[in-house]
Design a protein around this ligand. Structure first.
Ligand code: PGA
Length: 250
C-alpha cells in the first residue's frame, strides 16, 4: 500500500486524475470502477480538462459505478446516475453503452445484482477502481457489518451514512434507506485501487482503515490485503497519519 499525503484537495484531485489519465493512455479500453460523493468531484473536473485540452480519449473506456440508491429515478438530482452524467459523462466522449450503474428503480434487485456482477466479469474485471471512504469506513455502500459482502447486493444504509448524505437532500427523511452496492470481492478484484480521503472528518477513519485490524466493522480495512492500492490523503484527513513519519512526503 502506497500512502501519499497531498497538500490540499486540489493536489489530491490532481494526483488522482493523473493516475486515471495514465491508466487510459496505457490501456485505452480500461475498465474503470467509479465513485460518487464530494471527494472525487474535482478529480472528474480535472479529467474533463485533460479531455478538452489534450484529447484524453474515453471512447473505449468502460465504467462500472460502485453503487446507486434504491428508489430514486435516474432523473433525480440525488441519484448517482444523475451525478455521474452531470459531473462527468456528459463532458467527455465516453460511449453510453460502456457505462454501467446499478438500476435503482429495478423491480428485481436480486437479478439486477447478478447481472451487474456478470457484466463486470464479461468485461474482464476492473483495471482501476476509484474509492472514497465514509466516516464509518464504508467503501461503495459496504456498510460496517459482522461480515464482508462479496458481490453486488442490496444494502440497508447505516444511520451514519443517512446522516452524512442528508446534506445533499432537503431533509433527512428524503434520504433513501436502501441501495445497491458492489461487494468487497468486486472491489478487491480490481487490478489497481486508488482510495481518496479529504477533510478532517475522515482523519480518524483513515487511520483505523490503514493501521488497525482488518474487520468488516471498518470495511475499508480490507484494502490492507490488496496488492496495489494507492491512498491519496489530503493534509487534514492525514492528521493522524503524520505521526507515522514513513508516509511524510519528502
Ligand atoms: P464523500 O463520501 O466523498 O461525499 O465524503 C464518501 C463516501 O461515502 O464514500
Amino acid at each position: 500500500m502506497r500512502v501519499v499525503i497531498a497538500k490540499d484537495y486540489e493536489d489530491m484531485s490532481a494526483r488522482a486524475a493523473r493516475i486515471v489519465a495514465g491508466q487510459i493512455y496505457l490501456k485505452p479500453n480500461s475498465v474503470l470502477g467509479l465513485a460518487t460523493g464530494s471527494t472525487p468531484l474535482l478529480m472528474y473536473k480535472n479529467l474533463i480538462m485533460v479531455h478538452h485540452q489534450v484529447g484524453l480519449d474515453f471512447s473505449e473506456v468502460v465504467s462500472f459505478n460502485l453503487d446507486e440508491y434504491l428508489g430514486l429515478q435516474s432523473s433525480n438530482e440525488q441519484s448517482y446516475t444523475y451525478y455521474m452524467y452531470h459531473n462527468f459523462f456528459k463532458h467527455v466522449n465516453i460511449n453510453k453503452k460502456n457505462i454501467h450503474i446499478p438500476d435503482g428503480m429495478t423491480q428485481n434487485v436480486e437479478l439486477e445484482c447478478q447481472n451487474y456482477d456478470n457484466s463486470i466479469l464479461e468485461r474482464g474485471g476492473t483495471d482501476l477502481q476509484i474509492l472514497g471512504i465514509g466516516t464509518n469506513g464504508h467503501i461503495g455502500f459496504n456498510e460496517p457489518d459482522i461480515k464482508f459482502e462479496a458481490t453486488t447486493h442490496k444494502v440497508k444504509l447505516d444511520d451514519e451514512t443517512i446522516h452524512a448524505n442528508s446534506r445533499f437532500f432537503n431533509s433527512i427523511e428524503a434520504v433513501p434507506r436502501f441501495a445497491i452496492s458492489m461487494g468487497i470481492k468486486n472491489i478487491m478484484h480490481a487490478k489497481k485501487i486508488i482510495l481518496l480521503a479529504d477533510g478532517e472528518n475522515k482523519a480518524d477513519v483513515i487511520y483505523r482503515a490503514l493501521f488497525e485490524g482488518i474487520t468488516p466493522k471498518v470495511p475499508a480495512s480490507i484494502l490492507q490485503l490488496h496488492q496495489d492500492v494507492t491512498v491519496i490523503v489530503e493534509e487534514r484527513a492525514a492528521q493522524m497519519l503524520k505521526t507515522r513519519s514513513q508516509f511524510e512526503n519528502k
